[in-house]
Design a binder for this molecule. Sequence first.
Ligand SMILES: Nc1ncnc2c1ncn2[C@@H]1O[C@H](COP(=O)(O)OP(=O)(O)OP(=O)(O)O)[C@@H](O)[C@H]1O
Ligand SMILES: [Mg+2]
Length: 286
Amino acid sequence: MNTMTTTTTTTTTRAPGLSIHDLTVRYGRRRILDSLAAGVLPRGEVTALLGPNGSGKSTLLRTLAGLTAASGGRLTLDGETLALSPSGARSHSVVYLPQALPAGVRLQVLESVRVAYCATRSHGFGSTHTTRDADIAHALSVLQRLGIGDLAQRSLDQLSGGQRQLAGIAQALVRDPQVLLLDEPLSALDLNHQFHVMQMLRDETRRRNMVTVVVLHDINTALRACDRAMLLNRGGIVGFGRPADVVTPDSLMDVFGVVARIEPCSRGTHQILIDGLAPQADMASR
Ligand SMILES: Nc1ncnc2c1ncn2[C@@H]1O[C@H](COP(=O)(O)OP(=O)(O)OP(=O)(O)O)[C@@H](O)[C@H]1O
Ligand SMILES: [Mg+2]
């Protein structure tokens, strides 16, 4: 018996994290994701999901969440297969925050977070506080950690776009997920909140040993605040690995058609600066 081979196989398939095997998703006859295959998105790490408009980022997140059906492939979490057809079975261990949040919800912010927390517990996930006071205290602590404790008594339908986005992030975090999927959670946030939310996501992802996937358009946030990046283009993965290896002037030219350069920062890190659109000749060769 080849012990080495057996051990390696077991380690690969049981690696803690989320794995995507040959995932194909169609809308009607259009193939949106085409045999997508990625290594493990490990527990304890934040993965940035990057790519142009229409490249399939939201479709992938919805498929990972079990909300959009895949027509082929396999998803595993810690080696266990996740259902590919829409089902509620994993909706509370896998939490998904959509790109467009529902408007017109009249619930108070604190109540909305408490309800999200209780819904999670009633499905057998999360911790086991039992009293309403404890639930409220826990919900409030999440709001406070996000810096929006002062919004607790406000109605969701009277918040600004960014405030509503922060309330949505609080509703997602309070559910204590194993897999957290956030679709453009920073799109309406000011600079301070962008930094704060990413820092909190990274801390919580490590502390809870979650798999976190965040759709971003800001490549510098991916470089600065994520452990890993996945770059989608035309329904396929064109880069997956350390953000600095995935987000490069070459890949930005190929995928987005922009001229970019890497500039060192005074703090010892690097930033990508975009100089402009690629000349037509370069665009034509894409
Ligand atoms: N419900 C749907 N029915 C049919 N086609 C859809 C549906 N949702 C998305 N699509 C198409 O699937 C493709 C991928 O869409 P998706 O929303 O996943 O892109 P995205 O990468 O999230 O883009 P964006 O950055 O604009 O949010 C697009 O061509 C889009 O038009
Ligand atoms: Mg999208």
